[in-house]
Design a protein around this ligand. Structure first.
Ligand code: 4AD
Ligand code: MG
Length: 436
């Protein structure tokens, strides 16, 4: 008798197998019981027939509670009326533990309760589907970049300087100094890109986001490619190819999970290059018209950054992600290259996902000039001593280069079509929420 994972049950039809897992649910009808057993790789329905099993086995199944841990033996059989569906004719069971009354029952629970029990809620089919999609997104990210000449470069988590503004820093004591949890690996990536040409970093990023929204975490995972001698147009081409690859790959490998989440896959099928490219000015005009037509509640103030309703409005005009470029320099980070045709604009791009998801990628062309970079660091009141090495990169073979960051959770939220980002990571970290 071999030990088998439910995910490859089809190749064991007719065989006696052993499954190690948990009781998901059980129904009974007279002399039959139908336990649903899950083992992490899937769920299978068992059939326990009173006349075919020992009395001890029958009694054991009657004692089992939801999420009891069990080792079950039986024969795999294709469902007589549903080809491709397999069941287990149960012969025997070993009980590892009869679980205490499980707090998460098939009835509806409030989200707060579920989040408090996240360590158990992970076992639900919904969490299962979302986190399997996430794992596929992560694999697709690595596969795309690894097979396109990018070299993985880990950048530090403990850093002396802010990359994305000083208002969202998490401070830690670093011996006799202050340090911060990284907001982005970008600055270090700009150094590794000068050494390796095309690089990416992929790790956690931390931001003390002080408002509760459906798309902000305080700890999230970000992938950041950085490319020597690439300009903004090249970066937009990379962004659309990268995102399309990820989405098509998830459709190919995780259609079952997407369907179980009720995701309309046709909306994802259109995610193919080219993506529309519009300037900030064009987007601002769109928002103006939307407001005049009454489709957008608040008027957009030209020169400011887009709010969430603005992003939703702009992105809902398109059936695939839209790339908005050339933002006013004042709303973007200190390191962005100015547009040579209009120095008030920065050569940055945000990729807004459709269906109201908003920004999932932010990036742009980096500043080449040493002197202008120094000036910007002063203008942003950033501590020069922490940036000296970064400025150095502009002294020793400064070079045009571009890169972006994509938040994995934002991407998963969009692909899965779910409301809130908290479900896209096993243990979300948000404002005032750090348990479990
Ligand atoms: O636009 P952001 O702030 O850009 C940067 O950090 C650049 N340094 C990246 C680069 O060019 N290498 O963040 C990039 C992306 C956002 O588009 C979003 O997907 C995600 O990171 N992100 C968050 N995701 C979840 N929670 C948050 N609080 C996030 N903040 C940013
Ligand atoms: Mg951004």
């Amino acid at each position: 008798m071999s030990e088998t994972h439910i995910s490859d049950i089809a190749s064991h039809s007719g065989q006696d197998i052993t499954i190690k897992g948990w009781l998901y649910n059980i129904r009974s009808s007279g002399k039959l019981m139908f336990p649903e057993i899950r083992d992490g790789s899937g769920i299978i329905q068992g059939v326990v027939s009173k006349k075919d099993v020992d009395e001890r086995v029958w009694n054991d199944f009657q004692r089992l509670t939801q999420e009891s841990s069990i080792i079950v033996r039986g024969k795999v059989r294709e469902h007589p009326k549903r080809p491709g569906v397999f069941e287990l004719d149960v012969a025997d069971v070993d009980i590892i533990q009869i679980a205490e009354p499980y707090p998460i029952t098939p009835k509806e629970h409030g989200i707060e309760f579920l989040m408090e029990h996240r360590h158990l809620w992970l076992r639900s089919q919904r969490s299962y589907a979302i986190l399997k999609v996430r794992a596929e997104v992560v694999r697709a990210i690595h596969d795309y970049l690894d097979s396109n000449g990018f070299v993985l470069m880990e950048t530090p988590i403990l850093t002396p300087a802010a990359c994305e503004g000083t208002t969202t820093l998490f401070e830690v004591d670093y011996f006799d100094e202050k340090a911060f949890l990284t907001q982005s690996g970008q600055l270090y990536n700009e150094a590794t890109a000068a050494a390796f040409g095309r690089v990416y970093t992929f790790g956690p990023a931390f931001r003390a986001e002080k408002s509760k929204t459906r798309r902000h975490l305080t700890e999230f995972w970000m992938v950041e490619p950085e490319i020597a001698y690439m300009d903004l147009d090249g970066l937009m081409t990379l962004s659309e190819n990268f995102l399309s690859y990820i989405v098509q790959r998830v459709i190919e490998k995780r259609a079952v999970e997407l369907e179980s989440l009720g995701r309309d896959i046709t909306k994802l099928e259109s995610v193919k290059p080219p993506f529309p490219r519009i300037t900030y000015d064009e987007a601002a005009k769109m928002l103006d018209e939307g407001h005049k037509k009454g489709e957008l509640e608040n008027a957009f103030e030209y020169g400011s950054d887009f709010g969430s309703p603005d992003e939703t409005y702009v992105s809902s005009q398109f059936d695939r992600p839209v790339m908005v470029h050339r933002y006013p320099a004042q709303v973007k980070a200190f390191y962005m290259e100015p547009d040579p045709e209009d120095a008030t604009k920065a050569l940055g791009v945000d990729v807004l996902a459709p269906e109201g998801n908003g920004e999932i990628i932010g990036g742009g062309q980096r500043m080449v000039s040493h002197d202008l970079l120094v000036q910007r660091i002063h203008e942003h009141n950033l501590p020069m001593d922490a940036f000296e090495w970064y400025v150095d990169l502009r002294k020793y073979g400064t070079y045009p280069h571009s890169g972006f960051g994509m938040g994995v959770e934002r991407c998963v939220r969009w692909i899965c079509g779910i409301e809130h980002i908290r479900e896209t990571v096993p243990f979300p970290r948000m404002l005032h929420s750090i348990r479990p």
